[in-house]
Design a protein. Structure first.
Lengths: 486, 102
C-alpha cells in the first residue's frame, strides 16, 4: 500500500465509521471494535514507511501555493499512533461502559458517532500543516468534545459543556484572527512557507500572541485552566479519558508547530521563558489543587492541569538546546506516558465510581477487594504520573531534568522535582484509601472484565514504554532540527 | 478603494472582534454570549474580506473569500450546537438557578 492510500484511509475510516454508527446505532460498539484496531495498524504501517523521513500528500494532486498539503513527520506519526492506541483501549472500555443499544438509553447512543468524529478530527489535526486547515480541525475537535461532555445530559454536565464550548470557540476565533493577519502579511497559510516568509514586523507578533493565546486557552494552561476540571470530571469515564489524554494535546501540538516551525525565526528567549513560567505555575497550582480535592475524578482532572504544565517546560529547554531531537524525545515521552497513564486512571476511576456509586476518596476503603484489577491500574498509572523508574514518565522527566542542568536553567529542575513530590503526595492519598481493607464494602454494579483490563493494559503500556524509548527517539530524529526548515 | 478606507474596515473588524471577545468571557446571559460568538466571528470575517480587497490591480484575492465561506459554515454549526445545549440546560434549571454557575 502506498502512503497516499494510508493517509487517506487514516482520515476516511473514522469518518465513515462515524456516519455508519449514526445510521446503524445498534452496530455502533461493534464498529468501534473493528475500526480502532485497523487504525492502530494503519498508523503503525505509516510509521514504518516513514522511516525517519517525511511523507507529503498534496490533496487532490494540487501543489502547495494553491492546494493544501497533508504531511507526516515523526512527530505527527508518533501522536497518530498514541491516539489510536489510547482510542482503541478506551473503545474496549466504552463497549462495556455504554453497553448494548438497549442498555445505553436514548442519549448514550450518540456516543459512538461522536466518538469516531473526535478520532477523525484528531487524526486530521495531526496530519495538517496549513494554519487554516488546522483551524477547521480544531473546531471539529472542539465540537465533538463538547458534545461528548454533554452526553450525560445532567444539569452539571450541560453547564460544564457550555463553559467548555465558550472557551473553545473563543480560543478558536482568537486563533483565526491570527491566521487572517498571517495571510495578510505573508500571503500564505502553509506552515513551511510561513517559516520562510515571516519577518519581525508588528503583524507577526500580534498574530503570534493571538494564536498562542487562543491555543493556550484550549490546552488549559494555567491561568486559563478553569474550565477543564469541571468538564473532564463530569463527562462519562471513556470521554474523560480521551479528553485528558489527547484532546488537550491537539492544541498543544499546534503550538509546537507554530513556535518551532512557522514562527521559529522571530521567537525570543524571553517569550519561551514566559511560556515555561506559566507551565511551572501550572505544575505547582494544579498539583496543589489536586491535593485538596475530595473526589477522585476532580483530583485526576487537576492532575491533568499540572501535567500540561510540564509539557510547556519543553519550550524554554528546547529553544536553546543545541540538538532538539533529544529534548523533544523527552517531552514526547512525557506526553505519551501521560496520555496512557491518565486514560488508565480515568477508566479505573470510572469503574470505581460505577461499582461503588460514588468517587469520594475518603470512602474508597476496600475497593481493591471489589475491583482488584482497576485498583492495580490506578496504582500503576499513579507510579507513571509521579515519574518513578522504569515508567515512560520517568524517562521523560529524566531527559527534561538532564537538559535543564546541562543548560544551567536550574529553576525548571526545581519545578520538576517539586511537581513530582506533590504528585506522589496526591496519588498516595488515593492509594492509601483504595488499598485499605474494609469490611462489608458493597458493590452496586458489576464491572465487565473488558472495562477492568482495558484500564490495566493502558497502565501497563505506560510502564512498558519506558523500556522502548528508542523507537520514538528514532522517529523524532529529524523533527524541528535547527537550521533546516521543514 | 483608498488606503484609509481599508484602515476603517480593519478597525471596525477589530472593534467587533474585541466586543465579542469581551462578552463571551463575561457573566452575561447565555443568549448574549452566544450572539457574541457571532459578533466576534464577523469581526474576523470583516478583516479577511478587507485583506482580500487590498490586492493591487483591483482584482479581489479569492483565498480569503474561501476562508470566510468555510468560517461561516463552521460558525453556523457552532451557534447551532450552543443553542441546543443552552436550551437543554435551561430546561434542566429552575428559574432561580438559571445561568448562575456558568
Amino acid at each position: 500500500m502506498s502512503h497516499h492510500l494510508i493517509v487517506g484511509l487514516i482520515l476516511m475510516v473514522p469518518l465513515t465509521a462515524a456516519m455508519g454508527a449514526f445510521a446503524l446505532p445498534r452496530a455502533g460498539r461493534w464498529i468501534g471494535l473493528a475500526v480502532m484496531p485497523a487504525l492502530v495498524m494503519l498508523n503503525g504501517w505509516l510509521a514504518l514507511l516513514l522511516n525517519g523521513g517525511e511523507l507529503i500528500q498534496p490533496v487532490g494532486g494540487w501543489p502547495t501555493p494553491l492546494g493544501i498539503q497533508l504531511r507526516v513527520d515523526g512527530l505527527a506519526s508518533l501522536l497518530l499512533i498514541a491516539s489510536s492506541v489510547v482510542g482503541f483501549l478506551v473503545s474496549i472500555h466504552a463497549f462495556g461502559y455504554f453497553g448494548s443499544y438497549r442498555e445505553a438509553g436514548q442519549r448514550n447512543r450518540l456516543f459512538w458517532p461522536l466518538w469516531f468524529f473526535l478520532i477523525a478530527s484528531l487524526n486530521a489535526l495531526f496530519l495538517s500543516r496549513d494554519v487554516f486547515n488546522l483551524y477547521v480541525t480544531l473546531e471539529l475537535n472542539g465540537f465533538a468534545a463538547v458534545a461528548l461532555v454533554a452526553i450525560a445530559g445532567e444539569r452539571n454536565a450541560l453547564a460544564a459543556s457550555l463553559r467548555y464550548l465558550f472557551v473553545t470557540l473563543g480560543g478558536s476565533l482568537l486563533y483565526l484572527m491570527g491566521v487572517a493577519l498571517l495571510y495578510g502579511g505573508t500571503g500564505t497559510l502553509d506552515l513551511a512557507l510561513l517559516a520562510e516568509r515571516i519577518s519581525s514586523e508588528p503583524y507577526s507578533y500580534l498574530a503570534l500572541v493571538l494564536m498562542t493565546g487562543g491555543l493556550l486557552m484550549k490546552s488549559a494552561l494555567f491561568p486559563l485552566h478553569f474550565w477543564l476540571p469541571p468538564a473532564h470530571a463530569s463527562a462519562p469515564a471513556p470521554v474523560s479519558a480521551m479528553l485528558s489524554a489527547l484532546v488537550v494535546k491537539g492544541s498543544y501540538y499546534i503550538l509546537l508547530r507554530l513556535w518551532f516551525e512557522a514562527f521559529s525565526g522571530i521567537i525570543s528567549t524571553e517569550a519561551v521563558q514566559f511560556l515555561g513560567l506559566l507551565g511551572a505555575a501550572a505544575v505547582l497550582w494544579g498539583s496543589y489543587q489536586a491535593l485538596l480535592q475530595d473526589r477522585l475524578k476532580l483530583l485526576v482532572a487537576y492532575s491533568t492541569v499540572a501535567q500540561i504544565g510540564y509539557l510547556f517546560l519543553l519550550f524554554p529547554l528546547a529553544m536553546t538546546a543545541d540538538i532538539r531531537s533529544g529534548i523533544l524525545t523527552g517531552g514526547l515521552m512525557f506526553l505519551i506516558s501521560h496520555a496512557l497513564a491518565k486514560s488508565a486512571i480515568f477508566l479505573a476511576a470510572g469503574n470505581i465510581m460505577r461499582a461503588a456509586g460514588h468517587d469520594r476518596i475518603r470512602d474508597l476503603d476496600g475497593i481493591t477487594h471489589a475491583l482488584p484489577v482497576s485498583a492495580f491500574a490506578l496504582g500503576l498509572g499513579g507510579i507513571s504520573l509521579v515519574g518513578l523508574p522504569p515508567t515512560a514518565g520517568f524517562v521523560g522527566k529524566w531527559i527534561l531534568l538532564g537538559e535543564g542542568l546541562r543548560q544551567g536553567q536550574w529553576w525548571w529542575v526545581l519545578v520538576i522535582l517539586a511537581g513530582s513530590l506533590l504528585a506522589a503526595a496526591y496519588m498516595t492519598r488515593v492509594l492509601v484509601h483504595a488499598f485499605t481493607q474494609a469490611n462489608g464494602s458493597s458493590v452496586l454494579a458489576k464491572i465487565s472484565p473488558g472495562m477492568e483490563w482495558s484500564s490495566f493494559t493502558l497502565a501497563l503500556l505506560s510502564l512498558a514504554l519506558g523500556f522502548a524509548a528508542t523507537g520514538p527517539a528514532k522517529l523524532l530524529e529529524t523533527v524541528f532540527s535547527k537550521g533546516s526548515v521543514l | 478603494m483608498t488606503d484609509s478606507s481599508h484602515i476603517l474596515y480593519l478597525l471596525a473588524g477589530a472593534a467587533l472582534f474585541t466586543m465579542g471577545l469581551r462578552v463571551i468571557y463575561s457573566k452575561a446571559a447565555l443568549l448574549h454570549r452566544i450572539i457574541a460568538i457571532n459578533v466576534m466571528g464577523n469581526g474576523v470575517f470583516l478583516v479577511l474580506i478587507t485583506l482580500a480587497a487590498r490586492t493591487p490591480g483591483g482584482q479581489a484575492d479569492p483565498v480569503p473569500h474561501a476562508l470566510v465561506l468555510t468560517g461561516i459554515v463552521v460558525s453556523v454549526c457552532a451557534v447551532g450546537l450552543a443553542l441546543t445545549l443552552a436550551d437543554r440546560y435551561r430546561k434542566k434549571s429552575t428559574d432561580r438557578q438559571e445561568d448562575a454557575d456558568l
